[in-house]
Design a binder for this molecule. Structure first.
Ligand code: 2P0
Length: 362
């Protein structure tokens, strides 16, 4: 049957991807590294069928306009998958994010990783992790790091066709079992400058960006070693300085880009105080104000208390390191009824933290 369902999770980078050398097939200026986390899942079902007259995409129960240029670009992997599988069938894609409402978390990494895995499986392809990573990359750069688990590196590659630009696991999820990510939701709403537009502008205008590119190869090596040794103090310093470096090039962009807000800055100072005697926490910020703090299990209560003491922190989410995408094999877990091709009524139950498919309730 041409249907598959996959759950994928986001990744939070410690060496950031910010800048492309090819905007069409998404090749980065440099490598990056992240941990895939075990929470904030996206579940995606893809079905190919001759019943369907056109491709359809439902995200969080809303129909997405596939004629929109940016969305069509992000879905380019779908045609590549069809071509490779030798099929011309239309696809129905149904996706839901298990994120708290208004969390302001980016969902493109988990969403496009889940799409690559589910669409290729539904098309009957049996692809390697490397091939899946390359497909996910075409939808969103950071998504190529979510097709595998643990500590992940995206190799920038040197080939023009992108065949050596993919992510792989350097250390599996159980390498550093005490590591946790404590994420704080600081603000709602859509960001003013998208990552895609922002990074393009940074590459074009920031004079600091040259210095960033010069130091990244050394940082990638030092980070790999610090994670390998599970040296939290070194890992934390590298992580925080790297986040600051990326945000410095954002501010140095013209016109300037500022993703951090006053609350983000309060978190930076509070982490500094927490670390006064012993390094216990490492903040990192992406293209938005929300704080992501890597810490060790024993320090989670203290980090949570610190965040909850900041007026304006809306929610705190603790994650472990995850294993990467999971294929759901049970018929009733599909978001599409395989017999009829109809979208099954479904929603995310935030309290129970699970996806409810209406038929299950009967
Ligand atoms: C990262 N970010 O490494 C960095 C840190 C944001 C800041 O990857 O244009 O949404 O789709 O390739 O993947 C965000 O970039 O951009 C990102 P596209 P994407 O996680």
């Amino acid at each position: 049957m041409r249907i598959a369902t996959v759950e994928a999770t986001p990744n939070i980078a410690v060496v950031k991807y910010w800048g492309k050398r090819d905007n069409k097939i998404i090749l980065p200026m440099e490598g990056s590294q992240s941990f895939t986390i075990d929470s904030l899942k996206t579940r995606t079902t893809v079905m190919f069928s001759d019943k369907f007259k056109e491709d359809e995409f439902w995200l969080n129960n809303k129909k997405v306009d596939l004629t929109d240029k940016e969305i069509a670009e992000r879905m380019q992997q779908l045609n590549i998958i069809r071509e490779r599988a030798g099929i011309t069938l239309k696809a129905k894609i149904v996706s839901i994010n298990c994120f708290p409402t208004a969390a302001g978390f980016a969902s493109s990494a988990s969403g496009l990783a889940a799409l690559a895995c589910a669409a290729s499986r539904a098309a009957g392809l049996n692809l390697s992790a490397k091939e899946l990573s390359i497909l996910a990359r075409l939808g969103s750069g950071s998504a190529c790091r979510s097709v595998v688990g643990g500590f992940v590196e995206w190799h920038k590659g040197t080939k023009e066709d992108g065949s050596d630009s993919f992510a792989e696991t350097i250390y599996p999820a159980n390498h550093w079992p005490e590591l946790r990510l404590v994420s704080a939701v600081l603000a709602e709403g859509k960001k003013k400058v998208s990552s895609r537009a922002g990074m393009k502008q940074t590459v074009a205008t920031s004079v600091l960006y040259t210095a960033r590119l010069a130091y990244l190869p050394t940082l990638l090596k030092e980070m790999r070693e610090a994670v390998g040794r599970k040296d939290f103090a070194k890992f934390a310093e590298l992580t925080m300085r790297e986040s600051n470096n990326m945000h410095a090039t954002m501010l140095d962009t013209w016109p300037p880009i500022m993703y951090l807000n006053d609350l983000s800055k309060q978190v930076i100072y509070a982490v500094g105080e927490l670390n006064a005697n012993e390094i216990k926490a490492a903040y990192t910020f992406d293209a938005g104000p929300n704080a992501h703090i890597y810490t060790l299990e024993k320090n989670v209560p203290e980090v949570k208390r610190m965040l909850e003491g900041i007026n304006g922190v809306q929610k705190v989410i603790v994650s472990k390191i995850g294993n990467g995408p999971v294929y759901l094999e049970q018929e009733r877990e599909h978001l599409i009824d395989p017999k009829t091709g109809n979208v099954r009524e479904h929603y995310y139950d935030e309290k129970a933290n699970l996806i409810v498919i209406k038929e299950d309730e009967k």
